[in-house]
Ligand binder design. Structure first.
Ligand code: SF4
Ligand code: SF4
Length: 444
């Protein structure tokens, strides 16, 4: 009987690591594949050796193993430490004119530029530095690749053509629809259109920019006239993102700005056809800060790299928003302090960032909110060198692994247990590397 238990344990170990290896192979994770198959061969050996021991020694070893398993279960599935949520109550509104894409546009408007830097002299020196670099999507940038840049540009051209279509005309006859019905229909349809998640929230002042910063609405105050925000996410392809900061990551980024934008537009036009007002917020024409709307609708928490860490895909998503007055049922937000704790110890994004734009320190108070803030000038400065929007931080994040059983088991443990988070980080470094290699992709 006792040798049989050891054989079974050996087989279970081998099966688990073979499964891990096959999943890693399908995910094109070379290092994780090699380690898993090596462990599938080596870790069952002690159990096989134990099966040859005298029965009484074998029984004692089994008892010790059982005790260790019970201790592990207790430690891993009990939270151990309660993490306090940090303060997020500020109603501070971001001025869109301070964002990097608005500051990039200033180079085309000398009068605006003069006024902006007269009012914000602290940005002048920093901006002069990245302005000297080749620039985003520039043929003389470091990661230039003709086909990939042309493909990304094709997606951006289409987005550009859609930017002035974000406010659809509202049909005269308003159709009756309950909040339950509207929420269910929008969720189902948006998912059919390709959204991964669809969530709703009551809009608050801080979800909106205070002032517009781009195009012909530059300098206009943003007025909130709508009650609800619908946040949708689309997945960014892991293989393309893993090439970041090389050119394919730019292709994927542009593609998903377009995909999320078209879904938002379709939702906005549907709502307007039903007789309710709606506005889509898509790349280059936002009145809201999409990650804040998505966070308050319960989609995730803001992590160290300043992006929304969604439950199933971490930061590996693009977000678009529709603001509307169609009645909706807000999705409940449950603050997840495990993200704060995990980002607190992880710092993988900060370690790999080529421009060292991601802070390694603890959160600090910024405009009344405890948060991490990346150095946007350093990040954007690197984009102007590479010519792409990099995405290296997103691709290495342990939350970015695919949404499958293996990684969801780890996500579950990370969410539940203080100790599991520490072990999971160690395992992530062990299987995928502390600084995972930039991958190559054959674009054909
Ligand atoms: S890489 Fe680590 S520290 Fe950075 S956002 Fe992801 S979990 Fe947080
Ligand atoms: S913060 Fe910017 S430069 Fe740094 S890894 Fe992320 S995208 Fe790249």
């Amino acid at each position: 009987m006792i040798p049989f238990i050891f054989y079974t344990l050996a087989a279970l170990k081998a099966i688990f690591f073979i499964w891990f290896g096959i999943v890693s192979m399908l995910e094109k994770e070379k290092r994780a594949t090699q380690i898993s198959f090596a462990l599938a061969i080596t870790t069952p050996l002690p159990f096989l050796a134990a099966s040859f021991l005298p029965i009484n020694i074998g029984a004692n070893i089994l008892l010790i193993l059982l005790a260790l398993c019970i201790i592990a279960v207790v430690l891993f599935f009990i939270p151990l430490k309660k993490i306090k949520p940090t303060n997020e109550t500020s109603d501070f509104q971001i001025d869109e004119r301070d964002t990097m894409f608005s500051r990039l546009e200033l180079t085309r408007y000398p009068n605006r530029s003069q006024q902006y830097y007269a009012e914000n002299p602290q940005h002048l020196k920093l901006d002069e530095q990245w302005q000297k670099k080749p620039g985003l999507m520039n043929p003389s940038s470091a990661m230039y690749e003709a086909k990939a840049f042309a493909a990304a540009d094709a997606s951006f051209e289409v987005i550009c053509a859609l930017r002035n279509k974000v406010v659809p005309p509202v049909a005269d006859n308003k159709k009756n629809i309950s909040p339950e019905e509207a929420s269910a229909f929008i969720t189902k349809w948006a998912k059919k259109l390709g959204a991964v998640d669809v969530v709703f929230c009551k809009l608050q002042k801080q979800h909106f920019y205070s002032t517009r910063g781009r195009g012909n609405v530059y300098g206009k105050a943003v007025k909130n006239t709508q009650q609800y925000g619908i946040a949708i996410t689309v997945e960014m392809n892991k293989d393309y993102l893993a090439t970041g900061p090389s050119a394919p990551t730019l292709m994927e980024s542009a593609q998903q700005y377009l995909n999320s934008g078209t879904i938002a537009l379709q939702l906005a036009y549907f709502i307007a056809n039903m007789g309710y007002s709606a506005r889509a917020h898509i790349d280059g024409n936002y009145e809201v800060v999409c990650p804040l709307v998505a966070r308050d609708a319960g989609l995730g928490e803001i992590g160290r790299m300043g992006l929304l860490m969604t439950t199933g895909l971490g930061p590996r998503v693009r977000i678009a928003v529709v603001t509307t007055d169609i009645p909706l049922i807000p999705t409940e937000r449950k603050i997840d302090t495990s993200v704060d704790d995990f980002c607190g110890i992880c710092k993988k994004c900060a370690d790999v960032c080529p421009s060292q734009a991601i802070p390694k320190e603890a959160k600090r108070n910024i405009n009344g909110v405890q948060r991490w803030q990346i150095n946007q000038e350093k990040c954007f400065g690197y984009w102007c060198v590479s010519g792409t929007d990099c995405g290296r931080c997103m691709s290495v994040c342990p939350y970015s692994h695919p949404n499958n059983l293996l990684h969801n088991m780890v996500r579950w443990g990370i969410n539940k247990s203080w100790l599991f988070r520490r072990v999971a980080l160690w395992l992530d470094d062990f299987f995928y590397g502390r600084k995972p290699k930039v991958k190559k992709l054959d674009l054909g």
